[in-house]
Ligand binder design. Structure first.
Ligand code: PGA
Length: 261
């Protein structure tokens, strides 16, 4: 299994890499055990980037069983969403404390599918990030432009406006978070930003992070990351890892992404 130092820091300086599996609404009690057995055997003899950290984000109901499967594996556990509230009458919501109870260390917030299907704004996303950080979870804040914005050359403006409420959380909070740039047009579509296109956006996010006193914030790329394009993306200066959807459901493919050069 890949090495994980389990430290609370993860520098966005290219020294460490973070690979995050976003299972979305996939997986089943029957399949999950097979997945980890296959992942483990694919990783067993593979050599990989020396400091790769891998996080698995299954649906809420599988968090506990995945936590058990990950025990002693060096892999870490994350959730796909968190409530902005501590507790109370919020049917269907899951609190940060509940995620801690389920052994999560990470949580994805502001995924484009949450923004699109649940009308989550950038302000709500930042509030979720704040709630996660307040409980010692590390949020992975997703940003990304639509195809229309991409075609009309508005990518950097969209990213800036999505991140604006995040910087307002303050440098101390922001130092605990990770940003994932996921162009909406690349998610699940088989279309990927080229490494150079992605790097351009990442460099812009890095400059925004720098202006907010957290230049070393880890920046992930997401959107149709696969075994055959991961190395090219990881070679870019400001790409510190990947948020992987579809390809994270295939243990062989996901192992190849984790172990990509
Ligand atoms: P994809 O999804 O890898 O299937 O494109 C990425 C994501 O939505 O996080």
């Amino acid at each position: 299994m890949p090495k994980s130092d389990n430290s609370s820091t993860l520098a966005g300086d290219g020294a460490e890499r973070l690979v995050v599996a976003n299972w979305k609404m996939n997986g089943s009690a029957a399949q999950n055990g097979d997945f980890f057995a296959a992942l483990q055997s694919n990783l067993a003899n593979a050599s990989c980037h020396s400091l790769v950290r891998t996080v698995i984000c299954p649906p809420f109901v599988y968090l506990r069983e995945v936590a058990q499967a990950l025990d002693d594996s060096g892999l870490e556990l994350g959730a796909q969403d968190v409530s902005v509230h501590d507790s109370g009458a919020y049917t269907g919501e899951i609190s940060a404390q509940m995620l801690l109870d389920a052994s999560c260390q990470w949580v994805i917030v502001g995924h484009s599918e949450r923004r699109q299907y649940h009308a989550e704004s950038s302000e709500i996303t930042a509030a979720k990030a704040r709630q996660a950080i307040a409980h010692g979870l590390r949020p992975i804040v997703c940003v990304g432009e639509s195809l229309e914005d991409h075609r009309s050359g508005r990518t950097l403006d969209v990213i800036e406006s999505q991140l604006a409420p995040v910087w307002e959380l303050g440098a101390n909070a922001v130092r605990s978070l990770v940003v994932a740039y996921e162009p909406v047009w690349a998610i699940g579509s088989g279309l990927t930003a080229t490494p150079e296109e992605a790097q351009k956006v990442h460099a812009h996010i890095r400059s925004l992070a720098q202006a907010n006193n957290c230049a070393s914030m880890p920046l992930l790329y997401g959107g149709s990351v696969k075994a055959d394009n991961a190395s090219g993306l990881f070679a870019m200066q400001d790409i510190d890892g990947a948020l992987v959807g579809g390809a994270s459901l295939d243990p062989r493919e996901f192992a190849s992404i984790i172990t990509a050069e």
